[in-house]
Design a protein around this ligand. Structure first.
Ligand code: ATP
Ligand code: MN
Length: 479
């Protein structure tokens, strides 16, 4: 096998001149004991391999079934059939590994997403998951590309954190203590002083606090890593382990922050529109088929690609929380008591039904909500002059809800100290975070984009479990 094997993508781009080629891949289908549709993951498309069954032993032919891994050698010719420009006339086949058709779970037919979640190790061999995962990869590249091009440094925030004041959600404990008999303090509580790190530690819920430290030296940084939340929320938009992108910028105010977030999102969407057309076409078609089985009012009004173009070409609507409350208060579902949580007064936290109303019914485009009540947002957000709102901003997307949460950070030492005290947090826990306000403090801002929610938006997948290779959710860590 000294000859260079080609990928299916390469082969499909060649002009067929009867040249000899070799390729590896998995059998998608084998028709009439003659036509193998071979796929290697390099593209959605398959290469058709035409087998003259008289040339091969029964034993070999028997092993060519859906799911089998093959090495194929032959000549590349113009295809006689429809649906492909070139095909391989096979001269030699080797079976890397067969896949017994009696029990190979991924058959050439439609499987439900639920079934495929139980076969998460094999589901990437379906067209849908391969397309989603190629898009996920492209999107990750686009994100790095955008930041690197714009003067940001990739910063690796720690995954194990010793600060329990991140405040973004419930945490998973990291410990090496024996759960059966952990050491006790004299007060009868677990003595974490004897734990691995000499203190309580958890998996991070956000890299923001550490990113802030690095922004105050490198200027502009971003994190892109796994994030963990032990919330027991079984929704189609929450994972216990997800990936988050958190840019943090020194000398940026809230306006700069919103401008960056909008430009960033539009750019990465443009990138996949430009580079992943084939997979997007496929997912669009898939979505259209799926929509047909839904009631009219639940169908999305735009085909996937049109929706992505719309978002990348139009301005996001920006309104304050206060304006949003006015709109919601006077909305039909509020007046007719259709919301589960009715909007009565300023200051309440918005539920996803409210966010979706704003985005999908009222404005029909992405919306940036900003200047939220201080009471419903994290302690580190910059207090406005009115003394009751903070410079927070959330970006809401159609079909997704909140995709970005960000803010300008409180850079004034005394204001931050007061807030920490009011919340009953021990200042000592945050000593290093407060140091950033003691030494060379400056206006700064940042946000967090949930990577999987972005992948959901771009692929049109309805459930977040289907846009990450091996989802972690309550009661589920099989793979
Ligand atoms: P939500 O209200 O939707 O639970 P949040 O306000 O708790 O989100 P943030 O702390 O603001 O989320 O996190 C920033 C971003 O990370 C969110 O805008 C979202 O895109 C994403 N995100 C948050 N929690 C999860 C999760 N459990 N699974 C996947 N993505 C998440
Ligand atoms: Mn948020």
């Amino acid at each position: 096998m000294s000859m260079k094997t080609s990928s299916v993508t390469e082969l499909l781009s060649l002009a067929a001149t009867g040249q000899e080629v070799t390729v590896n891949g998995w059998v998608k289908a084998f028709r009439s004991n003659r036509f193998i549709a071979l796929n290697d993951g390099s593209t959605l498309r398959n290469i058709q391999c035409v087998v003259d069954f008289e040339k091969f032993e029964e034993d070999i032919l028997k092993q060519i079934s859906t799911g089998a891994a093959l090495w194929v050698k032959g000549v590349l010719v113009e295809s006689q059939g429809r649906g492909q420009s070139v095909e391989i006339q096979v001269n030699d086949i080797r079976i890397h590994g067969g896949a017994n058709p009696e029990n190979y779970p991924i058959q050439p037919k439609k499987h439900s997403m639920e079934f495929l979640r139980e076969q998460a190790h094999l589901r990437v061999r379906t067209n849908t998951f391969a397309a989603v995962m190629r898009l996920r990869s492209a999107l990750a590249f686009a994100i790095h590309h955008y930041f690197q091009k714009n003067g940001f440094y990739y910063m690796h925030s720690p995954i194990i954190t010793g600060s329990d004041a991140e405040g973004a959600g419930e945490m998973f404990r990291v410990t090496t203590l024996d759960p059966k008999s952990p050491p006790q303090t004299s007060e009868g509580t677990v003595d974490f002083g004897q734990d691995f790190f000499g203190k309580e530690t958890n998996l991070t819920v956000s890299g923001q606090l550490e990113a802030e430290a690095y922004a105050m030296g490198l200027g502009k940084v971003y994190t892109f890593g796994p994030t963990f939340r032990a919330e027991n929320s079984n929704t189609s938009r929450h994972l216990a382990e997800f990936w988050m992108i958190e840019p943090e910028m020194a000398f940026y105010d809230l306006q700069d922050n919103m401008n960056l977030a909008e430009d960033f999102i539009k750019n990465i969407i443009e990138y996949v529109l430009e580079h992943c057309e084939e997979d997007l076409q496929f997912l669009q078609k898939r979505l259209e088929d799926e929509e047909k089985s839904k009631p009219q009012h639940e169908r999305s009004s735009m085909p996937l690609i049109e929706k992505l173009e719309f978002v990348s070409r139009n301005e996001f609507k920006r309104i304050t929380y206060t304006e949003a409350i006015e709109i919601l208060k006077n909305s039909k579902p509020n007046k007719k008591k259709k919301f589960q949580y009715l909007i009565e007064e300023w200051g309440i936290d918005l539920q996803s039904e409210h966010e979706r109303y704003l985005v999908e019914k009222h404005f029909n485009c992405p919306v940036i909500l900003y200047d939220y009540p201080a009471k419903i947002k994290a302690f580190y957000m910059r207090l406005n002059e009115d003394g009751k709102t903070v410079r927070a901003m959330d970006i809401l997307f159609p079909g997704i809800g909140e995709i970005v949460g960000g803010s300008q950070r409180e850079e004034r030492l005394e204001v931050l100290q007061e807030k920490i005290k009011a919340l009953g947090i021990d200042e000592k826990e945050l000593w290093w975070y407060l140091d950033l306000r003691r030494y060379g403090t400056a206006e700064h801002s940042g946000f967090g984009l949930g990577f999987e929610r972005m992948v959901q938006f771009v692929t049109g997948m309805g459930n977040i479990r289907d846009v990450i290779p091996f989802p972690r959710t309550p009661q589920n860590a099989e793979f």
